[in-house]
Each structure stands twice: as structure tokens, then as C-alpha cells.
Design a protein around this ligand. Structure first.
Ligand SMILES: [Zn+2]
Length: 101
């Protein structure tokens, strides 16, 4: 069965709001995404992301992201996990707010 991004939101578990809060608390309400140089983003996390897109809603597959990183990741997700492995060849040129002086 192929993943379909357009229906992903409808498959969230009933306890999603509580789960989401737990992820944010676990990650300290900070974005856990890493920059290419290995530094952690640490912008305030507003979104909870599925590391592997799909129906895996375990804590291990969830992480806190800032809205910028979440939007950037979502933009690259073509509905398949394979699309995630190709993002390096198509990086957006927009800067992360934290990198602007
Ligand atoms: Zn971030």
C-alpha cells in the first residue's frame, strides 16, 4: 500500500493531542532538527513531526520541530519515504530565521 500524504492527517490516533504534548515536553519544546554542521536548531518547537511518514505514531517516530523545519520537510515529502532520501539534492535557498543576523 502506498502512503498518501493527503490522507495522513485523518489517520492520527485519538490520543494525538496528548501524544503531541508528550513529544514536545520530551524534546524540551525545542526543535530537534540538526543543521548540516551538526548543531541543533533549538528554535521553539511548534510542530510534531513523524520521522518516518505514515502510521507509526510511537514516541520513537515523533519529534518536535519548529514550524520552519516542519514546513521545509513537508515540502520535500512526496508521499513516499523514499522521497526523504533525495532532499539533499534539492535544498531550498531560504535561510532559517536563526541563521539571520
Ligand atoms: Zn528548526
Amino acid at each position: 500500500m502506498a502512503w498518501e500524504g493527503s490522507t495522513r492527517r485523518q489517520r492520527l490516533p485519538k490520543d494525538w493531542p496528548a501524544r503531541r504534548r508528550r513529544v514536545l515536553r520530551r524534546d524540551g519544546h525545542r526543535c530537534v532538527e540538526l543543521y548540516s554542521d551538526g548543531r541543533r536548531c533549538t528554535q521553539p518547537a511548534t510542530d510534531v513531526d513523524h520521522i518516518v511518514p505514515g502510521d507509526d505514531h510511537r514516541m520513537e517516530n515523533l519529534r518536535a520541530l519548529c514550524s520552519w523545519h516542519h514546513a521545509r520537510k513537508s515540502a520535500h515529502e512526496g508521499g513516499t519515504a523514499a522521497a526523504r532520501t533525495r532532499v539533499s539534492s534539492a535544498r531550498p535557498t531560504a535561510k532559517h530565521p536563526a541563521l539571520e543576523d
